[in-house]
Design a protein around this ligand. Sequence first.
Ligand code: NAD
Length: 354
Amino acid sequence: MRPFVYELLPGRVVFGSGTIARLSVELDALEASRVVLISDNMAKSEADRIESDLGERVVGRINEIEPHVPIEEVEAARRLADDCQANAVVTIGGGSTTGVGKAIVLDRELAFLAIPTTYAGSEMTPVYGITAGEVKRTGRDPRVKPKTVVYDVDLTLGLPREVTAGSTMNALAHCVEALYAQERNPIVSIMALEGAKALKRGSVIVAGDPGDVEGRSDLLYGAFLAGASLGAVGMAIHHRICHVLGGTFGLAHGDANAVILPHVVAYNREAEPEVMAALADALGVVDPALGLRELAETIGAPTSLSDLGIREPDLDKATEMIVEGRGYNPRPVEREWIRQLLEDAFAGRPPSTH
Ligand code: NAD
């Protein structure tokens, strides 16, 4: 018997194709009459369409988003919400855009509806991250979880290949770490395995045909399950490594995930044999670490940190920051291992097989 505690999180999810047409109805249900609409540059034209549909209900707009939720951007967004006397925030975009919405509602009582356009999964979690100076701090607060999430597969059909690949690996990382998280529970494990299966299936289809609706639907469905898993249980060392690489060294979150995940799975493999067997089964591979590395190669995700902008001398500082962080991992986190992992990941070596 493995005892567990599982706290179910509230929230409404609308999933499908063309679901954005329901936006007005969903906002009525939230009594959202004065909306600040936040998008990144890539989702701007979609945000323009939303504004023209919603008319005067949109009282403020933000169209440019920096990655990793810088504090200056958060403060400006909060000021805008105050100045417009907004009672709701709508975000459309990737995890960075959702992150700005979360940072606003962290200390403002506004309704929050998120429309994700990547596979980051942030929309399903009560976790927020804000970068101040060089350090990204994360926290957990139920207030930041969007009240409603509208998943519209159509919005993801044009997601560029490189963003698709990194973002898919990010979602897979949520499924993987949910399986061996300290707070794991049977329902979340079922979701995480189903998510991994859908992500694998969709990613292979979409690598061959980026506009395939069924493949894109698998990816978005997998990303939803991955985000819900991440929101329900804590994560482990993989996420700590990626937050340091993103927050301090500026690596794109999805890309960092793609490179690091196979190495972390290799490290944790022997500490969690049952989990790894179930993961291998869900991915349809013999060895989950090698399988994830092969998948990254197949879908065109990066496999080497040296391609992502971090310099070799930075690896020492990154090692210290990762080791100093706290948090659970099924296998104790050792400095030498982290340093070796970063070196292997920098050089683009495959994950160790023992
Ligand atoms: P992102 O939001 O920075 O987007 C990545 C790139 O994709 C950007 O250049 C963006 O303009 C582009 N893009 C987004 N949607 C597009 C579309 N439909 N078409 C074309 N281009 C598009 O990155 P992300 O990977 O979505 O999210 C990463 C961020 O989310 C990180 O800051 C990460 O820490 C955070 N995150 C948070 C949680 C959480 O629970 N709090 C979970 C996962 C990720």
